[in-house]
Design a protein around this ligand. Sequence first.
Ligand SMILES: Cc1cc2nc3c(=O)[nH]c(=O)nc-3n(C[C@H](O)[C@H](O)[C@H](O)COP(=O)(O)OP(=O)(O)OC[C@H]3O[C@@H](n4cnc5c(N)ncnc54)[C@H](O)[C@@H]3O)c2cc1C
Length: 371
Amino acid sequence: MNSYDAIVIGGGIQGCSVAYNLADNGLKVLVLEKDYCGRHASGVNAGGVRRLGRDLRELELSDFSMKEYWHKLDSFLDEDCEYEKVPQIKIAMDEEALEFSKNRVEQVKAMGFEHEQLIDTSTLKNFVPDVSDKALGAILVEDDGHANPFKTTVAIKHKAIKYGVSIREGEKVLDIKGDDKTSWKVTTDKDVFNAKYIINCAGAWGDKIAKMFGEDVPFEAVCLLLSITSKIDLFLKPVIGFQRRALSLKQFSNGSLMIGGAFKGSLNLETNETIVDFTQIARNVSNATELFPKLKNAKIVRSWGGIEAICEDKIPIISKSSKYETVIHNFGYSAHGFQPAFGSGKIVSQMLLDQKLSINNVDEFRINRFV
Ligand SMILES: Cc1cc2nc3c(=O)[nH]c(=O)nc-3n(C[C@H](O)[C@H](O)[C@H](O)COP(=O)(O)OP(=O)(O)OC[C@H]3O[C@@H](n4cnc5c(N)ncnc54)[C@H](O)[C@@H]3O)c2cc1C
């Protein structure tokens, strides 16, 4: 009863997406999640569905995910995830940021992607009339968007279950023994399972699972902060970022705003505790009010932290193990792993089953760059 073709460790959006894709290929799949699906980064992030400003090394994956999944979400997921296709805009407030933006758009175009465009201040004002008069221009992506991260993670979890995936929540993987020739034996705090394949989707705990296979990656788990304001008049449809400075800002239809930008609190990985640092929140809010002076009247009503996996070079590991053909690592999304998750689920299953990959640029994500 406890034998599976594949065991996925971690029930975040990555693990659920991988599990669905493997089940769609006919595999008997088990997801082991130590808390509950969406409890960590996948369920508490900013919900940014953006290609704007993506690391160039992950642009192809992000674009694949956007065009094949997000832009066709109604036919992919059966549940409402509050996904909205809206512009994402990154604003330059000084000459250096403007120059950086121009170069960035050229680089993206040179790679064959057309989604980013440079806009001047008058076009910017058409999208965001309340922006500070000090804004010099921006990069615009018209068909990015945002979604509710928890609902999205639960929707892909439900899709995985519909395709036959078993999910055991509240069950922590403690040990893995085996090799490519025999099956893997996975011991949790409740049971023992066997599988031919293991997929490590353990997010900020991914390095601990990698170590069980003798692979040591340079890695940090961080607590990223987000805040919600009181409701104010609707004035902002696009999602806003600040070029060369830390900010993400969006307004919900009820008038409240979400403010983030990778400011950090502290955390305890053993207890899941995250602690908000209000000096960081103050810096975050000050970036927001610099761009939109009218926000000075809004109040912060709630702040929280989410635990995220940061690789040393700020892009994920999506790779067969350096030691075992039957093990795949898929973690370390470094604060941008929500949007690409549907695409990476597909790529990981293709990798595992030695199928032709839907994208070309995967070498950058190999674990061999570290071990
Ligand atoms: C505040 C914040 C804002 C963000 N904003 C955005 C954004 O706007 N857009 C974007 O694209 N990305 C964003 N991100 C990043 C994104 O949320 C993550 O990169 C993504 O959710 C990672 O998904 P995951 O499934 O790899 O990790 P997780 O969601 O962390 O899932 C990993 C799971 O593995 C489980 N696990 C770990 N160890 C074990 C074990 N031993 N046994 C069993 N289970 C285990 C954990 O409990 C966890 O549930 C943000 C992140 C944060 C924190």
